[in-house]
Design a protein around this ligand. Structure first.
Ligand code: FE
Length: 308
């Protein structure tokens, strides 16, 4: 992260909040899964142990994958309906195109918040110029469900460059946080969400701690990108490439780093909908009938195709 972020005082005593600090429900390692045209992702969920993290449907760590020059692995033309995909790039460059004639490029630190709503077809591939030279691709894709009343809205996306995403640093320089969605203290994300979502990327220097308020009814998880973290009320040690799901038993989530290495971690939380979820691959609706209708629409080209 750059050193240009705004500084605010976030000094908090964890002792004040330990009573209401959430404990851990489970810790699970992400699984290597081939996706798209052979791009290996580390799937954090869904998994055998995590079926329901309402409103979240999926989290993939894309790569890190080292591409040779002219090797283009990615996610060619495919549809989505009924939910939101959030792409956050750490390394490398992607480009996307969709059936609404939108296109764009994403580089390190950039976020694409795409509301598929009533449906679209898109492709997500390494950027052509980047692919010529090859290099490392690394990022995240999160799927967030839409409420029944939002599933048929017009598709929309927010492509937000890294420079526009608020970056906060503590005065002692030990903690920095990128505010992708929701807010961190009084700093609000620039991305708009249809339902309340918190999406923060923390970088902690060794021997640091953050205590993040999260509404008690929000389902919440963290993912360790690198380093070793100490999570929750009991300060459970968790290594990289592990997902931590928190219980709904407190108003705060505490995250600490060990005394040796920096810790890079995502913290995500959201208001659950408690609505029926019927998923068929890239389509997420509320009933079997809506899925049947969606498959019919897709077969008939009604979800669209990429024409440029
Ligand atoms: Fe997609």
């Amino acid at each position: 992260m750059s050193k240009t972020g705004k500084e605010i005082d976030i000094t908090q005593s964890s002792n004040d909040t330990s009573v209401e600090s959430r404990s851990i429900k489970l810790v699970t390692k992400s699984n290597e899964t081939p996706e798209g045209d052979g791009f290996v992702v580390h799937r954090c969920f869904p998994s055998q142990s995590i079926r329901n993290l309402d409103p979240f449907l999926l989290l993939d760590e894309m790569g890190p994958l080292d591409l040779l020059p002219y090797e283009t692995k990615g996610f060619p033309e495919h549809p989505h309906r009924g939910f939101v995909t959030v792409t956050y790039i750490l390394e490398g460059r992607f480009e996307h195109k969709d059936s609404q004639r939108n296109s764009g490029k994403l580089g390190p630190g950039d976020v694409q918040w795409m509301t598929a709503g009533s449906g679209l077809v898109h492709s997500e591939m390494p950027e052509k110029e980047f692919a010529k030279n090859g290099g490392r691709l690394h990022g995240f894709q999160l799927w967030i469900n839409l409420r029944k009343i939002d599933k048929w809205i017009k598709p929309d996306y927010q492509d937000v460059p890294s420079a526009k995403i608020p970056l906060i640093r503590t005065p002692d320089g030990k903690v920095s946080v990128k505010v992708i969605a929701g807010n961190y203290h009084d700093t609000k994300a620039v991305i708009n969400t249809l339902t309340p979502i918190l999406y923060l990327h923390f970088t902690l220097q060794p021997d640091s701690e953050v205590v993040q308020p999260v509404p008690e009814n929000f389902n919440a998880f963290a993912y360790v990108i690198s380093g070793n973290g100490l999570f929750g009320k009991d300060k459970t040690a968790v290594q990289e490439k592990n997902l931590i799901v928190f219980k709904n038993d407190g108003k705060y989530i505490s995250i600490g780093s060990d005394n040796k290495n920096p810790l890079d971690v995502l913290l995500v939380a959201g208001m659950p909908f408690n609505e029926p979820v019927v998923q068929y691959g890239p389509f997420v609706m509320n009933t079997r009938e809506e899925i049947d209708k969606t498959l019919e629409d897709y077969r008939n080209g009604k979800i669209g195709k990429i024409e440029f």
